[in-house]
Design a protein around this ligand. Structure first.
Ligand code: FAD
Length: 387
């Protein structure tokens, strides 16, 4: 069987495609295997660093991106608020909001070698190589092709239809937040002017991200409440949202289609078996409170490609390569996972002491620009402060 590519990537989501493009740029042969699914049009906030990465990959131009210029953070029923402003960091914007469904074709167009349609169902490592089984019909389980490669990268996201390769790699950390994210586009009677809002309530955080002429809402609530809210008639839903969020962004006057996503923290072993790496949501699924999931996944992809480009071709996927990658990514991964988890737990409790501590935290951020800058840069660039 001839070697198909230096690296096979399972999953053609944004992280898998970004990796494929970056590998092309670094001169490494890669094949993406992806199931064809309909991409959701849910909005996603990308940090300034992710914009730089997408520009390097040639996927930024033409994206319909709404800039986030300021972020207002506050808590309901307690003192303290802070405002993060792009001008303090001499950046054109802190980040941008784009549609997931726009990002996939934008990345896909940059690829010289188009993704292969199929589902990766298994793999077997032998003598420094790995054979990957791909089927066009995961339900019959019939493998139609075998690809021989040096490294298999699992970028199959959180809820893959078939989880055969990583089945042995049980999550090392799993936390059910007992929250679901209710997402919708909503309109207020005040223009957003590039302002994002993050409001912490005892039920969970509410984020409003500026998106075109409206806001993208990510409202974290208990799973039953999320489904109830999603089913309410529009005027009742807007009234409930107004009560929970307040009137800082104006009165809520319109809501688009609503969707519900379960929220959990799931962290897997990033190298479950020899010659296999997991990246993006397949490696770590975070609560969306801090909008870090895809940003972190894009950094996984970029750093993996950069390393592969600098490595002797025949040693890609070997133990030393894998170890190097894991060491390089450890601080950013662990830091982002822990910070996001701490945020959710600290800001989703009704405890009066916690509320007071949160208030002081927000107050301190507001009056101490270096602390605010540390947080802002950490959220935008990750632990290694890319670029
Ligand atoms: C409500 C909500 C809001 C969010 N907001 C933000 C935000 O503002 N900012 C942010 O950075 N992140 C956000 N995220 C997280 C972000 O959506 C994810 O981090 C990102 O989509 C992960 O990309 P991925 O490519 O790793 O996985 P996915 O996007 O899940 O893509 C994986 C792809 O692989 C395919 N696949 C699966 N299994 C196989 C297989 N065996 N073989 C071949 N192909 C396979 C799937 O069909 C899919 O196309 C949010 C998440 C949620 C739920």
């Amino acid at each position: 069987m001839p070697e198909s590519a230096d690296i096979v990537i399972a999953g053609g989501g944004p992280v898998g495609l970004a990796l494929a493009r970056a590998l092309e740029q670094f001169g490494v042969r890669a094949t993406v295997v992806s199931t064809s699914t309909t991409a959701s049009d849910r909005p996603i906030a990308l940090s300034h660093a992710s914009r730089i990465l997408l520009e390097r990959l040639g996927a930024w131009r033409g994206l319909n991106a709404t800039p986030i210029r300021t972020i207002h953070v506050s808590q309901r029923g307690g003192f303290g608020r802070t405002l993060i402003d792009h001008r303090d960091y001499k950046l054109p914007a802190l980040g941008h909001v784009i549609a997931y469904s726009d990002l996939l074709p934008a990345l896909g167009r940059t690829l010289d070698r188009k993704p292969m349609n199929g589902t990766v169902t298994g793999s077997e490592a032998h003598a420094g190589q790995i054979t990957v089984s791909v089927t066009s019909d995961p339900y019959s389980g019939q493998a139609i092709q075998h690809l021989r490669t040096r490294l298999l990268v699992i970028a199959e996201g959180t809820l893959p239809p078939i989880d055969a390769i990583s089945a042995g790699a049980t999550p090392v950390t799993q936390r059910d937040y007992h929250q679901s994210a209710l997402v919708a586009s909503v309109k207020t009677d005040n223009p957003s002017e590039g302002r994002a809002w993050e409001r912490f309530t005892e039920d969970g955080p509410i984020a409003l991200l500026p998106y075109r002429d409206r806001y993208a809402l990510v409202w974290s609530v208990q799973p039953d409440d999320a489904h109830t809210l999603a089913a309410l008639p529009e005027h009742e839903f807007l009234a409930r949202l107004g009560t929970a969020f307040g009137r800082r962004a104006g009165a809520f006057i319109e809501a688009g289609e609503r969707g519900v996503f379960p929220l959990q923290l799931r962290v897997r072993d990033p190298s479950p078996v020899p010659q296999v790496l997991t990246i993006g949501n397949a490696a770590q699924t975070l609560h969306p409170v801090a909008g870090q999931g895809l940003n972190l996944g894009l950094r996984d992809a970029w750093e993996l490609a950069e390393l592969a480009g600098s490595w002797p071709r025949e040693e890609i996927g070997g133990a030393e390569f894998v170890e190097h990658y894991l060491r390089r990514r450890r601080l950013d991964r662990v830091g982002s996972v822990r910070a996001t988890d701490l945020f959710v737990r600290m800001f989703s409790t009704d405890d009066p002491f916690a509320r007071c501590a949160r208030g002081f935290g927000l107050f301190a951020l507001d009056v101490l620009p270096p602390a605010r800058e540390f947080l802002a840069r950490r959220m935008m660039f990750g632990a290694r402060a890319l670029p």
